[in-house]
Design a protein around this ligand. Structure first.
Ligand code: ADP
Length: 460
């Protein structure tokens, strides 16, 4: 019995599994840079580097009342944005929760639901005199539709869904023009609204962040999913050369970098828990980078480690653990809570396990869980740093430095996430890595969407 392992012994194994060395990070960055270039050169690559048809940065002088609908991974949000010029704006919004069933039901019904929520919002805003919203006879309100799934676009108000991500699976949608589908739903509800721009949340975040902080060159999202956007010179996007757009024009690129290393699994350090997350997901093989990083998966990775230790008889012997054994039962928000527990006894962790999972924990176990959360959260942040470093390196932003607009619950709520990204950048670049600073972005999927819709109006 002298060989019985303590929780600290178990932890050591996971430390080596989940730790990323600076050297390994630099290898990932190199592979990532090549992948980004490949996506710009040839169509239909794993990381598709999607041209967004958002041309250049906003001037800050865009004005008007614009609606925005944001179909994120977790919520549906409807906003009215009033752009006042000079970089100023006001926003009112309502959130509607999406059920798991809605994510899997017929695509047209999903868009009908979006249009119905939009109608409720517009009717309420029109009835409310303080909202300031008025629509003149025969006039249509512009709408920016933030649809944060990979779409291939030929112009700003169109986009074919390449594939669903983030757990969505609505049939009859992949391969279709989602802007046209949404227009059809808008017609059903007879709304005086014109869908002028279909955008990705990363592109919106890029534009909205630049609107308030012109040092912004890159935007990243760490929410249910994980993705990035930046501004590219058209001449450096070989795959769209034939469109005849002038080389020196600039266009936003939606990287869809969550797909990095999909199928090949050559570059990223995957543990067996990551492999299980992948195999049991609704899209095995896809979104390999995202599955190591984003909010949808971090809790699940930790849960799988716990389940293995339950099976091995290390944890919760004699207790009923069925609640912990349900897939996705352990939300990533629990990792945040565990990491921020200020008490020596880890009372927050006691509460999570007893209240949500009906199991009792020892202090040693709780310390183990918290340490495990740190490992998983830290790995996610350092991998994110690799993605940012790849764009920075490719674009040559290191010397001058740049701001990176970042958004999503993981970035905004996970304690220390931003610091860990910054540490990761220093591990990749050395001291110069400090020139790259992430900051909480302006509301990209609302305000950004509206600014892009307004930019589009001006350009027409
Ligand atoms: P979306 O990406 O769907 O637009 P969010 O940015 O809010 O929305 O991301 C939702 C994801 O963030 C969920 O996967 C959830 O588990 C995770 N999440 C929510 N709250 C927290 C938190 N406090 N800490 C870490 N992750 C969180």
């Amino acid at each position: 019995h002298a060989t019985k392992k303590t929780m600290a012994d178990h932890l050591r194994k996971f430390e080596s599994l989940f730790t990323l060395t600076p050297q390994r990070m630099r290898m990932i960055v190199e592979a990532f840079k090549e992948t980004l270039e490949l996506g710009l050169t040839k169509p239909k690559q794993i990381v598709p580097m999607i041209p967004t048809y958002v041309f250049g940065w906003p001037t800050g002088e865009e004005t008007g009342d614009i609606l925005a609908v944001d179909l994120g991974g977790t919520n549906l949000r409807v906003c009215l944005v009033t752009l006042q010029g000079a970089g100023k704006f006001e926003i009112t919004q309502t959130k509607y929760r999406l059920t798991e069933e809605q994510k899997q039901e017929d695509g047209q019904r999903l868009f009908d639901f979006c249009a119905e929520c939009l109608k409720t919002f517009v009717d309420t805003s029109l009835a409310d005199e303080t909202s300031g919203l008025k629509i003149k006879e025969g006039e249509k309100l512009p709408l920016g539709f933030t649809f944060s799934y990979p779409c291939s676009q030929e112009r700003i108000d169109h986009g074919e869904l390449i594939r669903w991500t983030k757990g969505f699976g609505a049939p009859n949608t992949e391969g279709q023009d989602v802007a046209a589908m949404f227009r059809k739903s808008l017609e059903k509800f007879d709304l005086p609204i014109e869908l002028t721009a279909l955008i990705n949340d990363t592109t919106g975040t890029l534009i909205a962040s630049h609107y308030v902080n012109p040092a912004t060159k890159i935007a990243v999202i760490f929410g249910t999913g994980c993705n990035a956007a930046y501004m590219e010179r058209v001449g450096d996007i070989p795959k769209i050369k034939n469109l005849g757009i002038e080389d020196d024009a600039e266009m936003g690129i939606n990287c869809e970098w969550g797909a990095f290393d999909s199928f090949e699994h050559e570059h990223l350090p995957r543990t067996k828990y990551d492999a299980i997350v992948d195999d049991t997901s609704n899209k095995p093989g896809e979104q390999a980078f995202e599955k190591l990083i984003s909010g949808r998966y971090l809790g699940e990775i930790l849960r799988l480690v716990i389940c293995e230790l339950i099976d091995e008889g290390v944890l919760f012997l004699g207790q009923n653990t069925y609640k912990l054994e349900a897939p996705y039962a352990f939300d990533t928000a629990f990792l945040s809570l565990m990491e921020s527990d200020p008490t020596d006894e880890l009372l927050m962790v006691v509460g999570i396990f007893s209240h949500f999972f009906a199991v009792e924990t020892t202090l040693a176990e709780r310390q183990f869980f918290r340490a495990l959360a740190r490992l998983i959260g830290r790995r996610a942040a350092r991998l994110s740093a690799c993605g940012i470093a790849a764009i920075v390196g490719k674009m040559g932003y290191l010397e001058e430095g740049c701001a990176v607009g970042a958004d999503g619950s993981l970035y905004n709520k996970y304690p220390g996430f931003a610091d860990r990204v910054h540490e990761g950048l220093v591990d990749v670049f050395g001291d110069k890595g400090r020139n790259i600073v992430t900051h909480h972005a302006e509301d990209g999927s609302g305000v950004g969407s509206a600014i892009i819709a307004a930019m589009t109006k001006i350009r027409k």
